[in-house]
Ligand binder design. Structure first.
Ligand code: FAD
Length: 377
């Protein structure tokens, strides 16, 4: 039996483990390793932030994982040697016949001076809870800056979803007119997959009187005077600063030599790294496309097909297209969807569908179907 070791049980790792379990449970044994005791969908952080769910309610414990041929280990990975496919954790060592790195992206909050002390974020569960409990109740109006602190970052729509939902909350609280909202980001236009998608976001922001300052980046917070310092030296005062932190690969991936250019280099068709029998998938990879769970999931499907093809002495009959449908919160319970394909043609394609209440139901179904597929027996 071949031993497949999957590092990281997020969107990519869970999808890959369940696909291998469904198709070749009698031909491979899968070890799935993650430091956490449960999985939380990225979009649940918006539910935590705006109070409709608490963290425990949206966490799916890995102990519920019941997949034939898959063993889950809650351990912290401390070293990866891609040449020998040996993985070291805080509890032991694993030798893989096929190694898959699906460790996602982590946040470098310290890379923006003053951000940890003077800013808030909702990209982590702890950050969303802190912003919900400390920043939002204290807000009485003034200026809110939402700053995208670097690229690439997860879920290109999430800073704007946060802005739309925050706008709604301020309207409900009767303080929106006393509040100025601005989004500052390095992209010339929001969600720049296509000009049409960007324009849709610009229109939605304008309809809510939220200013978009593109080609700008906050590089520091001057906390005592509550001013955000831009790359060009300009200073913008704020009452509440919300940042999308700078992203990077987890330290263990950086130290493995797999990510010499910042992110893990892979063949864009097959997700293979330059090391034999080592794949990388999900947010940790370096591909010219957005980072999001739906793309990680589809990439994991291609890796699963690639592994099965090799087990059977065949060649992979398809290639990764960087495709997926991302749901996005427009506020007032309405959900829209961006249908995107980054790598399938000569240039990326994307369309915004909705918003509608039907799509809100479709998003809920998206979550529950993954829970069933990844955790059910
Ligand atoms: C606010 C927000 C909203 C979002 N909304 C959406 C959305 O609507 N749709 C969508 O598709 N995507 C969304 N995303 C993005 C989505 O969550 C990520 O793109 C997705 O989780 C990436 O999957 P992944 O498997 O690559 O990484 P992850 O899901 O992050 O999984 C990586 C795993 O590796 C583990 N790990 C890391 N280092 C170690 C280590 N040293 N040892 C052991 N384990 C380790 C982590 O614990 C983690 O479980 C959103 C993200 C945010 C922050």
């Amino acid at each position: 039996m071949k031993h497949v070791v999957i590092l990281g049980a997020g969107f990519a790792g869970l999808e890959l483990a369940s696909r291998l379990s469904a198709s070749v449970a009698d031909e491979v044994r899968v070890t799935l390793i993650d430091q956490n005791d449960g999985f939380t969908f990225g979009f649940s952080k918006l539910d935590i932030l705006f109070g409709s769910a608490d963290a425990a309610a949206v966490r799916i414990p890995y102990r519920e994982l019941a997949k034939p041929g898959v063993e889950f280990r809650q351990e912290r990975i401390t070293a990866i040697d891609p040449a020998s496919r040996r993985v070291t954790t805080d509890a032991g060592e694993y030798d893989a016949d096929i190694l898959v790195v699906a460790l996602g992206a982590e946040y470098d909050v310290a890379a923006t001076p003053g951000f940890a002390e003077g800013g808030f974020e909702y990209y982590s569960i702890a950050g969303a809870e802190r912003m919900r409990d400390e920043a939002l109740p204290a807000l009485k109006g003034g200026t809110i800056l939402i700053g995208v602190l670097g690229q690439p970052y997860k879920c290109p729509t999430a800073p704007f979803e946060g802005a739309f939902l925050l706008h709604d909350q301020l309207v409900e609280r009767g303080i929106r007119e006393a509040t100025e909202m601005r989004v500052i980001a390095p992209m010339a236009a929001p969600v720049p997959v296509t000009p049409e998608v960007s324009q849709r976001f610009l229109d939605e922001l304008a309809a809510r009187d939220i200013e978009y300052l593109g080609k700008n980046r906050v590089v520091e917070l001057d906390v005592p005077v509550k001013e955000a310092v831009l790359e060009n030296g300009e200073r913008l005062p704020y009452d509440l600063f919300v940042g999308i932190p700078i992203h990077r690969v987890p330290a263990v991936v950086a130290e493995s030599g797999l990510a010499d250019n910042g992110w893990v280099a892979v063949d864009r068709d097959t997700l293979e790294t330059p090391f034999p029998d080592v794949y990388a998938v999900g947010d940790c990879v370096s591909l010219p496309m957005a980072k999001a769970g739906v793309f990680a999931e589809n990439a994991a499907g291609v890796v699963a097909d690639g592994v099965v093809a090799r087990l059977h002495g065949e060649t992979l009959g398809r290639r990764y297209e960087g495709e997926g449908n991302c749901y996005l919160e427009f506020g007032s319970g309405r959900v829209a969807k961006v249908e995107a394909n980054f790598l399938g043609g000569p240039s990326p394609t994307a369309t915004v569908v909705g918003p509608s209440e039907d799509l809100a139901a479709e998003k809920a179904e998206f979550g529950s179907s993954r829970r069933k597929r990844w955790f059910g027996a």
